[in-house]
Design a protein around this ligand. Structure first.
Ligand SMILES: Cc1ncc(COP(=O)(O)O)c(C=O)c1O
Length: 340
C-alpha cells in the first residue's frame, strides 16, 4: 500500500474544498465574476466571462483556512427551472456541429424513445455516470438491418452478469426495445449502442440504493466510412486491463481512451496492447489478426481480451477460405510481435 507520509497534516485536517477558487481553477474558466449565459458555439457553454477578477465570490473563510462557508448572496450562475434548462439544452444541441448525428434514444428511466437530441440525457445519480457501474455493447445498422444483434446481445448479458447488474427486463423485451429504437430512428446505416447500468439512486459506491437497473440505447447515423487502405498502429504503453475487466465490455474505457490518444499523438490509428507475457492482445476497440506469408490466419486467444463478435465472424468465414484452399490454416493462440 502507498505510504501516506507525504500528507502535511492528518487527513481529517486537510481541506478538500479549495479555499481560494482562483488557486484551483484555470483562470480563463471561472476566475471572473459575473458569469452569464452564452448560447452559441462555445466549448465552455453556459459561462461567459465579463471582466472583473473574482475574489472568492460566495465563500467566507475562517481564520485557519481549513473550512469554507458558502454564502448564497452572489447568484452569478443562473438557477434554472426545468423548462429553462431544457430550452438551453435544445440551444446547445442546435449549435453543436459534431460529426455524428444522434437519431433516437431509448431510456428505461423515462420509459420511452425520443428523437429529440436535447432529451437524450441520463440522470446524474446513475451509478454508470459517477461510479462506472455499467456495461455496453453495439450492433451495426446496415441497409436497415441490425448486424449480429443476437451475438452482441449475448455478450451484453455476459458482461452484465460479470458486473453484477440485474436485468431491468428479460432478454426478449430488451431485444424488442432495441429494434423499436432503431425503427423509430429511421436509420438505414449507422450504429446502435446500448448500456445497462446499475441505475440511478444515489451517489454511494454500493448499488444497494438503486431501485432498478437501467437500459439506455442510442442510434447514431454513420457518416464516416472505414478507410480500407490500411492503418498505422503502434504498441501501447498504457497498461492492459486485467483479464477479469478486459473480458467484459464495461464502461471503464479510460485505458482504451488513453491508448487511442497515444496512437494519435504519434500519427497512428490505434495502439495495440501486449499482454503480461509480451504476446499481442488487442486494440482499444478492436481485435487483431494476422495472415502470415504462409497464408495462415493467426489470432490471439480470448482468455485475457474481449471476445469480439467481428473476430468470431472472421474465424467462421476463414474456415470457408481454408476449405477453398485460399488459407492454409487457422491458429488461435499466442502471437508474438515478431511473428510466430
Ligand atoms: C476492447 C475491445 N476489443 C475488441 C473489440 C471488438 O469487438 P467487436 O468485434 O464485437 O466489435 C472492441 C469493440 O468495441 C473493444 O472495445
Amino acid at each position: 500500500m502507498a505510504s501516506l507520509s507525504f500528507l502535511p497534516k492528518p487527513i481529517s485536517e486537510t481541506s478538500h474544498i479549495p479555499t481560494k477558487l482562483v488557486d484551483h481553477l484555470p483562470f480563463s474558466h471561472v476566475a471572473y465574476r459575473n458569469l452569464s449565459f452564452l448560447g452559441v458555439g462555445s466549448r465552455s457553454f453556459g459561462v461567459k466571462t465579463t471582466g472583473r477578477p473574482l475574489k472568492e465570490i460566495g465563500v467566507v473563510k475562517n481564520s485557519n483556512q481549513t473550512e469554507t462557508l458558502v454564502d448564497s448572496q452572489t447568484p452569478d450562475v443562473p438557477v434554472l427551472s426545468c423548462s429553462e434548462a431544457i430550452e438551453r439544452l435544445k440551444t446547445y444541441r442546435e449549435n453543436q456541429k459534431g460529426k455524428q448525428q444522434f437519431l433516437a434514444m431509448y431510456s428505461s428511466t423515462f420509459g420511452g424513445i425520443t428523437t429529440d437530441p436535447a432529451a437524450m440525457v441520463i440522470p446524474m445519480d446513475d451509478h454508470m455516470v459517477h461510479r462506472g457501474h455499467g456495461v455496453f455493447d453495439t450492433a451495426a445498422i446496415m441497409d436497415g438491418y441490425l448486424y449480429e444483434l443476437d451475438q452482441h446481445l449475448d455478450r451484453f448479458l455476459r458482461s452484465a452478469s460479470m458486473a453484477k447488474i440485474n436485468l431491468p427486463f428479460d432478454r426478449e423485451s430488451m431485444r424488442s426495445v432495441l429494434i423499436q429504437t432503431v425503427s423509430a430512428s429511421k436509420c438505414r446505416k449507422g450504429s446502435l449502442r446500448y448500456w445497462l447500468s446499475a441505475g440511478p439512486g444515489d451517489f454511494q459506491l454500493s448499488p444497494s440504493g438503486c431501485q432498478h437497473s437501467a437500459l439506455y440505447a442510442i442510434v447514431i447515423q454513420d457518416q464516416s466510412p472505414f478507410d480500407a487502405t490500411g492503418v498505422k498502429v503502434v504498441t501501447s504503453s498504457i497498461p492492459i486491463k486485467p483479464a477479469q475487466f478486459a473480458t467484459m465490455k464495461s464502461v471503464n474505457y479510460l485505458p482504451n481512451v488513453l491508448s487511442k490518444m497515444e496512437a494519435e499523438e504519434s500519427g497512428g490509428y490505434a495502439a495495440i496492447w501486449l499482454d503480461g507475457d509480451g504476446f499481442i492482445a488487442e486494440g482499444p476497440n478492436m481485435n487483431v489478426a494476422f495472415v502470415t506469408k504462409e497464408r495462415e490466419l493467426l489470432m490471439p486467444h480470448f482468455d485475457k481480451i474481449l471476445s469480439g463478435c467481428t473476430a468470431q465472424r472472421v474465424l467462421t468465414l476463414a474456415e470457408g477460405l481454408v476449405r477453398e484452399g485460399k488459407l492454409q490454416g487457422i491458429k488461435v493462440g499466442n502471437v508474438r510481435v515478431e511473428g510466430r
